[in-house]
Structures are given as C-alpha cells and as structure tokens.
Design a protein around this ligand. Structure first.
Ligand code: FES
Ligand code: FES
Length: 174
C-alpha cells in the first residue's frame, strides 16, 4: 500500500478485492471438454451460462434457495449457483442440454410436456434435472417422497400437482 492508500486495479478495486486472478480450468460438460480461464470465485452456474453459453440452467435466486440452477455433477444433483466451477475439474457435468439422447427427448422431458407440468417454464430445467435424479435415488415411491425430494425446486407458477404427475408417470413406466 502506498502512502495514498491501496493500489487500485483497472476497475477501481483493491488487489485484495480483485482476488488472485484467473485460473485455467477444464470442464467436461455433456461429454465435451471446455478449457476456461476464470476467476476462482466463478460459480458453476456462471461458467455454464456466461462462459459456455449453456443457458438451460436458470439463475433464479443465486443463493441456493430455488433449485432453478440444478445440474448434475458425476450424476448427482447439485445447485450450480453454490458450486465453484473450479471444483468440477475432472468431473462430469450434465445440464438439461445433455439430457436428450440422439435427438430423442428424455422420458421425463416428454412426461413434463404430456402432463402440462410447467407454465412460464423458468423453473422447468431444474425441476427435470431434479426429477430424474430423484427417481435414480429411489425416493419417489409415493407422493410424500416426491414432495420431499423435490422440495428444493420452487415453482412460482405452482405447477406442483402436474410436476408430481409427470414424475409418477415416468416412475410407473419403469
Ligand atoms: S439459482 Fe441456484 S438455487 Fe436458485
Ligand atoms: S413453471 Fe413458472 S416457475 Fe415453474
């Protein structure tokens, strides 16, 4: 620090506020590797949306309360807004863009359409990523389990009965 105060960066922040600067990270997303140069504080959600332009995962609250940003890391659902991108190096990230296979929608995507399980659709990518994970976790045997397992995914349009119907439909197909 000089006698006139701390040195400022180009955006008027102190070096301490700016942090240690960009780091190189390779993220594998939907089976494709991407080399990124990002600041360590960048969330997985911002890396996906702002750097890789995968905008399926939505930013609802950016503080872990709405579930709109739900993606999978190594097959387990996570809140991308609370996950640092750099901690995902060497792991497989799956987003809603990676759910369809060979141009065919996933059963859960089809069920959401058939059951009319959305209105504005903003929460829908997160709901679908959570719903598929919930079935894999084996906690969707009854409506109480579905409600509990989906409680981290908020729907401002209150499409909950239809979302549960879609989950039941896929569960009962299996
Ligand atoms: S944006 Fe991540 S939980 Fe709301
Ligand atoms: S469909 Fe609008 S927030 Fe869920």
């Amino acid at each position: 620090m000089s006698a006139r105060g701390p040195a400022l960066t180009e955006r008027g922040r102190t070096l301490e506020e700016r942090g240690p600067g960009p780091v190189r990270v390779t993220l594998s997303v939907n089976g494709v590797e991407h080399a990124l140069e990002i600041e360590p504080r960048v969330s997985l959600l911002d890396a996906l949306r702002e750097h890789l332009h995968l905008t399926g995962a939505k930013k609802g609250c950016d503080q872990g309360t709405c579930g709109a940003c739900t993606v999978w890391v190594d097959g387990a659902r996570v809140l991308a807004c609370l996950t640092l991108a750099m901690t995902c190096e060497g792991r497989e990230v799956t987003t809603i863009e990676g759910l369809a296979e060979g141009g065919e929608l996933h059963d859960m995507q089809r069920a959401f359409i058939a059951e009319d399980a959305f209105q504005c659709g903003y929460c829908t990518p997160g709901q679908i990523m959570s719903a598929v994970a919930l079935l894999k976790e084996g906690h969707a045997a009854d409506d109480d389990g579905i409600k509990e397992g989906m409680s981290g995914n908020i729907c401002r349009c209150a499409a909950y009965p239809h979302i549960r119907a879609a989950i039941r439909a896929v569960r009962d197909q299996a």
